[in-house]
Write a protein that binds this ligand. Structure first.
Ligand SMILES: [Zn+2]
Length: 209
């Protein structure tokens, strides 16, 4: 979805309603900073705010997401596209993360088993070495699949400026991390910080934060 287009459209429609950013923010009980952020194209309104926002701006959610007034003929197609994009993006991210974990576990267990066999059984040295090499390769393969899927499982939010972005594979692997944060350089403000993992490039509802 094009955040820039939606942002411009919000600004346009707000002015058409004769509202300032502050007045619109007050009606939605949010800060005017948030409205300004949307209008600059830095993030979409969270889903719970979309309906009240559209009501105030006298537009449809569909028009909001498309970023323009729609004729009735385009309307249906755009509505479906927008809805599916919102749903798919998040589902896809969650699925990738789980697939990554699932791919890693059997490879890890197989590797550990081989190492145990190499350690406990009475084997020739070369047999132990072969087993350990296979074990390490198996674990490495599982880890690679897990990491590739994990990188595709969503966005990170800059701790400095709050914008969301998809990290590059190299930076992702090099970054120090915890379960929910990773040290990455933000492509928007250029600052490196412990960025927070998010399942979507767009804003989420308060409960998910
Ligand atoms: Zn930033």
């Amino acid at each position: 979805m094009e955040q820039q287009k939606t942002g411009k459209f919000i600004a346009e429609m707000r002015k058409e309603q004769g509202l300032t950013q502050r007045e619109l923010a007050e009606k939605l009980m949010i800060s005017d900073k948030t409205v300004s952020k949307w209008e600059c194209g830095n993030g979409l309104p969270e889903i719970s705010l979309m309906l009240p926002l559209c009501e105030i701006l006298k537009i449809s959610v569909n028009e909001l997401l498309t970023g323009k007034r729609l004729q009735s003929s385009e309307y249906k197609k755009n509505a479906e596209d927008n809805l599916m994009k919102l749903i798919n993006e998040k589902e896809h991210a969650k699925r990738s993360l789980w697939l990554g974990i699932i791919a890693f576990i059997p490879a890890f267990l197989a590797g550990i088993t081989l190492i145990m066999i190499a350690g406990y059984f009475d084997l020739e040295v070369w047999q132990r070495i072969v087993l350990i090499v296979i074990a390490v390769l198996t674990i490495a393969a599982g880890l690679t699949v897990a990491v590739v899927l994990e990188v595709h499982s969503g966005a990170f939010e800059c701790a400095n400026c709050g914008k969301r972005f998809m990290p590059k594979m190299g930076a992702y692997l090099a970054g120090l991390h915890t379960a929910t944060r990773r040290y990455l350089k933000c492509p928007y403000c250029g600052q490196s910080s412990m960025c927070i993992r998010r399942f979507s490039l767009h804003e989420e509802t308060e409960e998910e934060k």
